[in-house]
Design a protein around this ligand. Structure first.
Ligand code: DSN
Length: 421
């Protein structure tokens, strides 16, 4: 196709171009507190939008099923080596399309249908793929689930041990999607070894904190580590599986040809870029700032009468039980979105309400920290959250709109990674 027949996006598809512009502006003008989201750097964004998307490369570096891998092999090898160096692991597979396929590949590597898996229950903070009933992992495997203590909101390691000893799972998952506290990897490893299970640490949410030294590492404790690359790690949407050398072959075979076809090479390149960024001193400071911001937001909300599951946070994530505020999570989340404060409604442990209309909201500080917001800003955000919820309860739309105007002006004053200017 010659150049004049190959127009840019704005010329070729103005509708999509203007929607991309609108999303740029929306992300720039809001306070984004969704705990699993972030802003990638301009370099990560650029690597994602490259001609590497044109290439098929089923297989692994040096052993592919298509020719023309002179460049792709180098890209994937760089990503693998950077993952190994950053996390200090013996093996890394950078091909999983996202977190769920990464976890499914682990099942394929170690379990046969009907085998027992143990994971944290979804309503307690686990992930669908840790054996929750509606997921393939809960339908095709025999899943047993642990939770948190009602009084503390923290994982009950006694329950984990008792369940593991009674049910003898082959695979134990630790980690999840709504855990505001440090994961005790050595304690999980001890239990897994007692019952002869493979321990999988799903660090999707905290990978950036682990890389930056702001959360203890599972390396040396977990046999297998899975993670997405786009949450606190600040990479493109993708995933990785890391392990000891012992499990390398089984995991690689499970990803390809077991579960997936060709890897998304443009994503692999962007993962490599993100891993290099995550190995810098700047990133270490960023990881610690995420936790400082989460603590400041927790303090600001607690001071305004909000009830935090487990009483606070050790990481990037806060789970707020709104029952004492007499507003359901979904109504609160929607009102906050109208005010430019973006988060998600979320089940809280022992939630009396249904998952589609639960009692809580989940917040995280990775994205706002990427914008350069600090602990003082977090107190301001806590104040706005309080005002919006009061206004929403009073049916005061003007009150919500007043906060929206302040939030948009505030958000716009911080540069947005990935956007020029
Ligand atoms: N959807 C992700 C999250 O928000 O935590 C988990 O898959």
């Amino acid at each position: 196709m010659s150049q004049h027949l190959d127009p840019d996006l704005r010329t070729s598809d103005p509708q999509i171009a203007s929607l991309v512009d609108a999303e740029n502006a929306r992300q720039r003008d809001s306070v984004r507190l969704i705990a699993s989201e972030n802003y990638v750097s301009a370099a990560v964004l650029e690597a994602t939008g490259t001609v590497l998307t044109n290439k098929y490369s089923e297989g692994y570096p040096g052993k592919r099923y298509y020719e023309g891998q002179q460049v792709i092999d180098q890209v994937e090898t760089l990503a693998i080596e950077r993952a190994k160096a950053l996390f200090g692991v013996e093996h890394a597979n950078v091909q999983p399309y996202s977190g769920s396929p990464a976890n499914l590949a682990v099942y394929l590597a170690f379990l046969a249908p009907g085998d027992t898996v143990m994971g944290m229950a979804l309503p307690a903070g686990g992930h669908l793929t840790h054996g929750w009933s509606v997921s393939a992992t809960g339908k095709w495997f025999r899943a047993v689930q642990y939770g948190v203590r009602k009084e503390t909101g923290r994982v009950d390691m006694d329950e984990v041990r008792e369940l593991a000893q009674a049910e003898r799972p082959k695979l134990i998952f630790c980690g999840g999607t709504a855990i505001p506290r440090t994961i005790d990897f050595p304690a999980f490893a001890e239990i897994a070894h007692e019952v002869g299970a493979v321990l999988v640490a799903d660090i999707a949410h905290i990978a950036g904190l682990v890389a930056g030294g702001a959360h203890p590492t599972p390396v040396g404790h977990a046999d297998v580590i899975t993670t997405t690359t786009h949450k606190t790690l600040r990479g493109p949407r993708g995933a990785m599986i890391m392990s000891t050398a012992e499990h390398a072959k089984a995991l690689d075979k499970a990803v390809f040809p077991g579960l997936q076809g060709g890897p998304h090479n443009h994503t692999t390149a962007a993962i490599a870029v993100a891993l290099q960024e995550a190995s810098t001193e700047d990133f270490r400071r960023y990881a610690h700032a995420i936790v400082d911001n989460a603590r400041a937001l927790a303090d600001g909300l607690t001071a305004r009468g909000f009830n935090l599951v487990s009483g606070g946070t050790d990481n990037h994530l806060l789970l707020v039980d709104l029952e004492n505020k007499s507003i359901p999570g979904k109504q609160a989340a929607r009102a906050l979105d109208r005010a430019g404060i973006e988060l998600n409604y979320n089940t809280v442990p022992f939630d009396p309400r249904k998952p589609f209309d639960p009692s809580g909201v989940r917040l995280g500080t990775a994205a706002v920290t990427s914008r350069g917001m600090d602990t003082g800003d977090m107190d301001r955000v806590a104040g706005w959250i309080d005002q919006v919820i009061d206004a929403e309860k009073a049916g005061d739309d003007a009150g919500v709109e007043k906060v929206a105007a302040e939030v948009h002006e505030f958000a716009r004053s911080f540069p947005m990674p990935g956007l020029p200017g």
